[in-house]
Write a protein that binds this ligand. Structure first.
Ligand code: CAO
Length: 532
């Protein structure tokens, strides 16, 4: 027998007047128990409110922007009790009015206000899927250069999916995990909680398997892009069901949030022909590589091994390098610079300034020369932002520094306004701080071009990886004496510096790259050219 029931906002902890950011149903929809109805977002968490009843939505009493508290009316539902013999046999019993008996919801827990810190590395994840947590239990540990902070749970529940990993950098608002909320004590009882999880039959006390890519038409899902996408648990679940890679979508909801309609429209359109904006967004989010799984090998079968965890900086730089390598269409152009005269000048300058403790390496001259080359070729001092190229009018040059903990890139700000001696001194100071692990974030930020020098070590050429969002990087190896013959008759020995310029082919063409390299090499050959 059908009855009209009021579905109200359940117990949502201490939250009051929480804005509704999504209404997931409309009149006429047939819903099942645990189907999500609305998404609400407080400053600490995003929660989906599921239905406690099955039936057909008669009227939705709420809209996006409304503020709700416990007991607020969400909708009127024509309840379908069929198939529940116990109820059917007792027709006189009215259903409890809107008895939303502490149903479970799925909350997104976000990084709270952490002051002025942004992009703070996650150094520990303290929970795993299936863990029961209470409000204030620590979830993750963040470590900035100044402080280590634990982020506590804003409410109790069972951890469903962890959306950050050690080594990720997070800022306020980033989603840490999803939490199946409601009375935690009910989690061991029946299953409404598990019904909202991606794997329908799992008990919430059981660790949930990590999401697997469905075999739907959309192809293999890029899990990193999927977990970083701005979407609620129900939308994620729908995307899994439809085989849609959330990383490929542009959200049309508030603040770019991906909503149900975006997923449905994408699934209808099919994966093979994304629109220009969808493809731009795919490239912006790093989505969709159809790769074989990483080989799993039991190395102990072949001999003794030692397992050594990667250092924190290595993990962070590995993630950045991997993204940059995969997302930027790199090309590397090699060239040689004749630095015979410049080397003589460098040696002379160092002699003259010996008493002042100044010792310049070739890198200081290259940083200065780069600023002139960047002024002549502005698209090398730029960043891609969607369909726009951001041309920078500042010349902050990063240099790769090898440290015991891994690779870091300190930045010399306004290198165009500094002399070579000042650049050399600053480089020495920054390199020292880098080796001691004392660089501050702002000493590694804002670079517009990078030089990576292996000149003190060796090698001839290499293919440096661009330091996104920059569009080019200059790699330099060890100089060597080479016999050259400009006219094919006479020859001379010249000190030669091998240059390897990697450039983003979306922004820079091969001809421009070759011209940049030639100009840069000519500057090093004769710095008087900057006067021309
Ligand atoms: N050719 C020949 N000799 C060179 C040279 C070159 N291109 N560049 C530097 N040298 C010499 C220096 O003059 C110095 O010689 P002396 O000891 O006789 O004075 C010696 O090599 C050591 O130089 P350095 O490495 O200490 O100084 P630098 O200014 O060239 O570089 C720094 C500083 C911090 C960039 C460097 O120490 C470093 O960390 N390099 C590694 C960068 C790196 O790892 N890049 C790869 C990134 S991609 O994975």
């Amino acid at each position: 027998m059908a009855t009209i029931k009021e579905i109200k906002v359940p117990d949502i902890g201490d939250f009051n007047d929480v804005p509704v950011i999504e209404v997931l149903i409309q009149a006429g929809d047939t819903i099942k128990v645990e189907d999500p109805l609305i998404t609400i977002e407080s400053d600490k968490a995003t929660m989906e409110v599921p239905s406690s009843e099955a039936g057909v939505v008669k009227e939705v009493k709420i809209k996006v922007g409304d503020k709700v508290s416990q007991g607020g009316l969400i909708l009127l539902l024509e309840s379908t009790d069929a198939g529940e013999p116990a109820v059917a046999s007792v027709p006189t019993v009215s259903p409890p009015p809107a008895a939303v008996s502490a149903p479970a919801g799925v909350a997104e827990v976000r990084v709270p206000d952490i002051g002025d810190f942004t992009d703070v590395p996650v150094i520990e994840v303290l929970v795993k899927p299936g863990d029961s947590v209470k409000a204030e239990d620590p979830l993750i540990t963040l470590e900035s250069d100044k402080a280590t902070m634990e982020v506590p749970a804003p409410l109790g529940g069972v951890v469903q999916e962890i959306l950050v990993r050690v080594g990720d950098s997070v800022s306020e608002g980033a989603v840490i995990l999803t939490l199946v909320t409601g009375a935690v004590s009910t989690v061991t009882s029946s299953a409404p909680v598990a019904a909202t999880s991606p794997t329908t039959n799992a008990s919430p006390a059981t660790p949930l398997p990590s999401p697997v890519a469905p075999t739907a038409a959309a192809g293999v899902i890029d899990e990193t892009a999927f977990r970083l996408a701005y979407a609620g648990p129900a939308v994620r679940k729908l995307a899994r069901e439809l085989g849609v890679d959330l990383g490929k979508l542009t959200g049309t909801g508030d603040k770019g949030r991906i909503i149900r309609q975006d997923v449905e429209a994408f699934a209808k359109r099919g994966d093979s022909a994304p629109t220009p904006s969808a493809s731009a967004s795919a490239s912006a989010s790093g989505a969709g590589l159809d790769l074989l799984p990483w080989p799993k090998v039991d190395f102990t079968k072949f001999g003794a091994i030692e397992t050594r965890p990667l250092a924190r900086i290595k993990k962070i730089s590995a993630a950045n390098l991997h993204r940059n390598w995969v997302m930027i269409p790199h090309v590397t152009t090699h060239d040689d610079a004749d630095i015979t005269d410049l080397e003589a000048f460098r040696v002379q300058l160092n002699k003259e300034n010996e008493k002042a403790g100044v010792k310049l390496s070739m890198l200081a001259f290259m940083i200065k020369a780069a600023t002139f080359a960047l002024k002549k070729f502005p698209e090398f001092n730029a960043s891609l932002d969607g369909d726009n190229l951001i041309l920078k009018q500042y010349y902050h040059i990063g240099f790769a520094a090898d440290t015991p903990n891994g690779l870091v890139v300190p930045v010399i700000r306004d290198a165009d306004r500094k002399g070579v001696i000042e650049i050399g001194k600053e480089m020495g100071e920054l390199a020292k701080l880098a080796r001691e692990g004392k660089l501050k974030p702002d000493q590694m930020q804002g670079g517009s071009f990078t030089i990576s020098s292996l000149g003190g070590i060796g090698g001839t050429y290499f293919t440096p990886i661009i330091n996104a969002p920059e569009v080019a990087i200059m790699g330099v190896c060890k100089s060597y004496w080479k016999q050259v013959s400009p006219d094919g008759k006479q020859s001379a020995w010249r000190l030669t510096l091998p240059l390897s310029l990697s450039w983003d082919h979306r922004v820079i063409d091969g001809a421009a790259a070759a011209r940049f390299n030639v100009y840069f090499a000519n500057l090093l050959a004769d710095l008087r050219r900057v006067l021309v």
